[in-house]
Design a protein around this ligand. Structure first.
Ligand code: MSP
Length: 514
């Protein structure tokens, strides 16, 4: 049997406004994890897409004076364009308005009805359009966590319900038996705490009289499917559940659902129960990251305090933006965004550490050897011994979802590279014709160190990685240079190296803030 894909997903973004930094963060994280897996030769399936049904979208379309379908069609290209700009290399982009997706939703609903998992009842409760979520009377009484809720409307109507409650003890047991299922640990504890209270059944329809924009509920012409029930099923419809069994088997179960902490209940309570009720295997891990905040508040479309990822990338470069996102927070924690911080990291880490290392190496090679590598590297020097271990160490970090830790390791090697220049003093060696061989060796050692760091940098900063690799004559990062050949000589004697423009030009003090 062929190897199962490493299947990684982002949430599907509501298309009622253009993408912001929170969305960019998740997609860059997933891209980093996917690039890492590909480097190790794993078949990878990286899914992202858009959530296009529900009241929120219907209202946004109305505000624009457009039909919902025309409206969502007009918004989707903005998401695709941003992912392209940010070098987010996904394998498939799903839209919940896709015909295949709708077919799977109908199929699942019919199956669950046939199994007696769905019933009809009168519903009385509170609904938040902002979150597209029902809240129980208890939740309303207790108030909401920051950023959750918005304006609530009281609703009383006849709807269809999915029997969540009957799976409560099964779910608790699953979570307890599988510590990897909800990560990080604090979110696992949060869900286990939530499950101490009785679970209410999930209302999975809206009356058509109030919402037209959704997937038809198969057994009632008067109802439309609840947007979350529809959206969660994307994770199986994208891999052709019930449509192509071989394809489905080659992908499902998902290895990693990456989400933000505010949608953990949907993914760690509703979703596993929906799957269990359908008799489908559960995903391995739901990983929740924190929020990007500005002046202490969650950045969100509704608060209007968002920063535009495209604008920041244009101003500082895609890689500087990606580096900032991946380095600035420990995954799972909130991160305070500020442009000053981004500028500081740009100058210190990118321009002064990495940019400088490249510049010194390439300029010296140009000056002393007409830009041509003259020797084979010596892998016994401490710098290269450190670099040789890097791919395994970075791998360990990324498999436990710690991109920041991985970047710290890469930066230790970059710092060691700069120290190596200080210690070996090539400009002194260059003055002595008898030490020419030694000088050639030093520059070859540096070349290998930089090439090996660059190839791993591809997970985080793909443009810089390719730029360095191209300048050194290595084909695309992650192509010739893979985990299998890591630590072997990649730079041959006789290789020409192009110094090129500075990797991270000095920032202009006058640049206005984005
Ligand atoms: N459509 C649903 C998800 C359905 S998944 C089957 C949804 N969409 S959303 O557009 O509102 O949010 C998508 C993701 O963006 C969520 O994971 C949310 O946590 C994340 N973020 C929104 N604002 C954020 C920040 N300020 N910071 C980090 N991520 C945040 O929910």
């Amino acid at each position: 049997m062929s190897q199962k894909n490493f299947y990684i997903t982002t949430p599907l973004y509501y298309v009622n406004a253009k993408p912001h930094i929170g969305h960019a963060y998740t997609n860059v994280l997933c891209d980093c994890f996917a690039r890492h897996r590909r480097f190790w030769g794993e078949k990878t399936f990286f899914l992202t897409g858009t959530d296009e049904h529900g009241t929120k979208i219907e209202q946004a379309a109305k505000n624009q004076g457009m039909e919902p379908k025309a409206y969502v069609d007009s918004m989707v290209p903005q998401f695709k364009a941003l992912w392209k700009k940010l070098e987010v290399r996904y394998d498939y982009f799903i839209r919940t308005t896709d015909a295949d997706h709708k077919a799977v939703v109908c199929r699942v609903l019919s199956d669950l009805e046939a199994k007696g998992e769905i019933y009809k009842a009168r519903y009385k409760g509170w609904y938040s359009i902002q979150d597209e979520t029902f809240y129980t009377a208890t939740q309303v009484r207790e108030g909401f966590a920051e950023g959750v809720g918005g304006n609530l409307i009281e609703i009383e109507e006849e709807n269809y319900f999915f029997k969540l409650s009957r799976y409560q003890s099964w779910l608790i047991e699953h979570i307890q038996r599988h510590p990897e299922f909800i990560q990080p640990e604090m979110r696992r504890n949060e869900i286990l705490g939530f499950l101490k209270e009785p679970l209410e059944d999930l209302c999975i329809t809206r009356p058509r009289s109030r919402l037209r924009w959704g997937i038809d509920f198969p057994s009632s012409p008067d109802h439309v499917t609840y947007v979350w029930f529809d959206a969660l099923l994307n994770y199986i419809s994208a891999v052709k559940y019930a449509l192509d069994p071989d394809f489905f088997r080659a992908h499902w179960p998902a290895d990693l659902h990456v989400i933000g902490k505010d949608i953990i209940r949907h993914h760690a309570v509703f979703w596993p129960i929906m799957l269990q009720a359908c008799g489908i295997e559960l995903p391995t891990t739901v990983l929740a990251h924190g929020w990007w905040t500005m002046a202490g508040a969650k950045m969100s479309k509704s608060k209007g305090n968002i920063v535009d990822p495209a604008l920041l990338s244009d101003k500082y470069g895609v890689d500087a933006f990606r580096y900032f996102l991946l380095h600035e927070v420990t995954l799972g924690m909130d991160g305070a965004y500020s442009e000053d911080l981004l500028r500081e990291r740009y100058t210190k880490d990118l321009a002064n550490d990495l940019g400088n290392l490249w510049h010194r190496f390439a300029s010296m090679l140009e000056k002393y050897f007409d830009s041509e590598i003259q020797a084979q590297a010596d892998w016994t020097v401490p710098l290269l011994q450190q670099v040789r271990k890097l791919s395994a160490e970075v791998d360990r970090c990324l498999r436990v979802h710690d991109p920041r830790g991985a970047l710290d390791l890469l930066w230790k090697a970059i710092t060691a590279g700069n120290q190596y220049v200080e210690e070996t003093k090539p400009w002194v060696l260059a003055k002595d014709p008898k030490r020419r061989e030694e000088l050639a060796k030093v520059l070859s050692n540096l070349a290998e160190a930089i090439a090996h760091v660059a190839v791993l940098l591809d997970f985080f900063m793909p443009q810089t990685a390719s730029r360095i690799c191209e300048r050194m004559g290595l084909l695309g990062a992650g192509q010739v240079a893979t985990a299998v050949t890591y630590g072997e000589p990649w730079i041959r004697s006789g290789q020409k190296v192009l110094r090129g423009e500075p990797l991270f030009p000095k920032l202009d003090d006058e640049v206005p803030r984005a």
